[in-house]
Design a protein around this ligand. Structure first.
Ligand code: GLP
Length: 251
């Protein structure tokens, strides 16, 4: 895992944009997986701004989303479909035919899940998966205890995640996420500090689904200072990062 500890949320978003821009310039038809949640909102805002300033072109990008509530119409304000559409997709020059969002309104969700997996495979997999992390370590809606090799499927939310929201969700599986060629995971704020420590420095366990990312060959974990504060090896991570930057600058 590459750990990037930033001084604040704005810097966290800038780091993320730097990586996305780089990958998009390298491969204009990049296949991305995108999450919902509060954490990536600043990244989406900056992507829209970069597009309007003429710095990024999304005309060939292909997008998959990570998860969705079951039982919500796609135009419901609470759906991730609505979220992604309004926070990013409708503001950039992405082709509609390149947008693949989980459709939880389909009558046969098992088939819809299998078709989603097939579509990802047909694109030769996801190049860059962006993730947030739940306070209990979930990625997507893979709650603690989810199989570490799970695929896209219907899941039941645990009470703390569901609260007043729908109880069932569709989510890419942990196995699906792990097949992405590169993963960026973002965490922000004090409330995530405990789980960030477990994800980065704890044991790999289904009890902390995000910990399985330690097994992935290309993960970049972008943190703000607050979410990184409990890392035991904070100085070590910062040292590695500093020297990596120096090495890149020398080239
Ligand atoms: C949600 C979503 C995840 C998201 C996570 C963190 O429940 N299923 O995809 O990454 O929780 O959300 P936030 O960024 O708002 O903390």
């Amino acid at each position: 895992m590459e750990i990037i500890i930033t001084s604040n949320y704005n810097k966290l978003c800038e780091e993320c944009i730097r990586i996305i821009s780089d990958r998009l310039h390298q491969k204009p038809n990049l296949v991305m997986g995108l999450p919902a949640g509060k954490t990536p909102l600043g990244v989406y805002r900056k992507l829209v701004r970069a597009y309007h300033q003429g710095n990024l072109d999304f005309s060939r990008i292909r997008i998959f989303n990570l998860d969705e509530y079951v039982g919500l119409p796609t135009d419901s304000k609470h759906s991730f479909h609505y979220y992604l559409w309004n926070n990013l997709l409708r503001h950039i020059n992405i082709k509609r035919s390149n947008i693949y969002l989980l459709d939880s309104t389909k009558p046969d969700l098992e088939k819809a899940s299998q078709n989603y997996e097939k579509k990802i495979k047909a694109m030769d997999g996801i190049d860059l998966m962006m993730l947030g992390i739940g306070k209990n370590g979930h990625i997507g809606f893979n709650e603690p205890g989810s199989s570490l090799s799970s695929r896209t499927r219907v899941k039941t939310l645990i009470p703390t995640s569901a609260q007043s929201k729908p109880r069932f969700v569709l989510t890419m599986g942990i196995g699906t996420i792990m097949e992405a060629k590169e993963v960026i995971i973002l965490a922000r704020g004090n409330a995530k500090a405990g789980i960030v420590k477990k994800m980065v420095e704890g044991s790999i366990t289904a009890d902390v689904p995000a910990s399985v990312l330690q097994w992935h060959p290309r993960v970049i974990c972008i943190l703000d200072r607050a979410s990184a504060r409990l890392l035991k090896k904070k100085k070590y991570w910062q040292w590695i990062r500093k020297h990596k930057i120096e090495m890149v600058e020398k080239d």
